[in-house]
Design a protein around this ligand. Structure first.
Ligand SMILES: Cc1cc2nc3c(=O)[nH]c(=O)nc-3n(C[C@H](O)[C@H](O)[C@H](O)COP(=O)(O)OP(=O)(O)OC[C@H]3O[C@@H](n4cnc5c(N)ncnc54)[C@H](O)[C@@H]3O)c2cc1C
Length: 259
């Protein structure tokens, strides 16, 4: 299938429901796209008016293939589709993908996860335009990887035994998340503390600017209460950073990626 361009309205496409309309490149062929910023399902990103040119992966990268004890997953595949596949094929360890929105490219780039369950724990290798790179050769840590290239495919190690109990547990763990549009956690937890606790301590839990606020349900979620703007989101992010620095001398880092 050929590459093509398509119009995306980021105020609809993104999980936080903010952003302009833009023409994005849909990639169906592996190649050099260094002039473009790759985007997944926009669950962890906030897009402003001066964004770079975006590309997303097309249908050619939406597949799951099992060979021996390895699972080959195209990076346009959603977390929900992979979770269903693991349930249907009795594959263990990826139950934490329940209610963790995104596609496999975004999940791997962010080393997404829940508590000690992180996607990189189960990765065997990734495929970029230069071929396969083994996990041992990739730098990664909590919510971070040093992946600079577009990832087209992720290869997972397989263990068997899908756990319905774990699935229930993971679903329950997310009960405290707000249902308003957001980009997930706004800040990365600093070492041995919680960003949500710090936001609460500086008095910003539930604090509003325009139609954006730090959720009164879970302070580390920056939520859009309806037609919230990029400017108000940035205002709140900067306010929290300044206050946390003043009060705790901590340089808190955004988890949400801002373009
Ligand atoms: C309600 C809600 C709850 C959430 N809960 C959690 C949670 O519990 N744990 C957690 O870790 N995250 C959580 N998130 C954040 C989000 O789900 C993850 O970060 C997810 O990995 C984002 O995937 P995406 O496809 O939407 O990525 P995007 O937001 O589109 O992109 C994220 C980053 O990945 C890069 N990227 C995307 N595709 C590729 C690719 N093919 N190759 C290379 N780079 C790529 C982008 O350039 C960008 O830098 C939550 C988000 C929401 C909205």
């Amino acid at each position: 299938m050929e590459n093509y361009f398509k119009h995306l309205d980021f105020s609809r496409y993104s999980a936080i429901k903010i952003g302009p309309k833009a023409e994005v490149l849909v990639i169906n062929q592996i190649g050099d796209y260094s002039k473009y910023q790759i985007m997944g399902r926009c669950n962890n990103t906030l897009v402003g008016p001066n964004h770079p040119k975006f590309a997303i992966l097309g249908k050619e990268f939406n597949y799951i293939r099992k060979e021996d004890d390895l699972l080959y997953v195209g990076c346009a595949t959603t977390s929900g589709k992979l979770l269903t596949y693991t349930r249907n094929n009795d594959i263990a360890d990826l139950e934490f993908l329940a209610k963790l929105p995104g596609n496999i490219g975004g999940l791997v780039k962010m080393n997404a996860g829940l508590k000690s369950w992180e996607i990189f724990n189960y990765v065997h290798s990734i495929k970029t335009k230069d071929g396969y790179i083994k996990k041992e050769d990739i730098e990664y840590s909590y919510r971070h990887t040093k992946i600079e290239e577009i990832v087209y495919e992720v290869v997972f190690n397989i263990d068997y035994g899908f756990s319905k109990d774990k699935l229930k547990q993971f679903n329950k763990m997310r009960d405290n998340q707000p249902h308003m549009p957001s980009a997930g956690s706004c800040f990365v937890n600093p070492e041995s503390d919680y960003a949500g606790r710090l936001i609460e301590e500086i008095g910003l839990k539930g604090f509003e600017k325009g139609n954006m606020s730090f959720s009164s349900k879970h302070a580390n979620f920056l939520v859009n209460n309806g037609n919230g703007t990029y400017e108000d989101a940035i205002y709140l992010i900067n306010l929290a950073k300044i206050k946390i620095k003043e009060q705790f001398n901590i340089d808190i880092k955004e988890e949400v990626i801002i373009y």
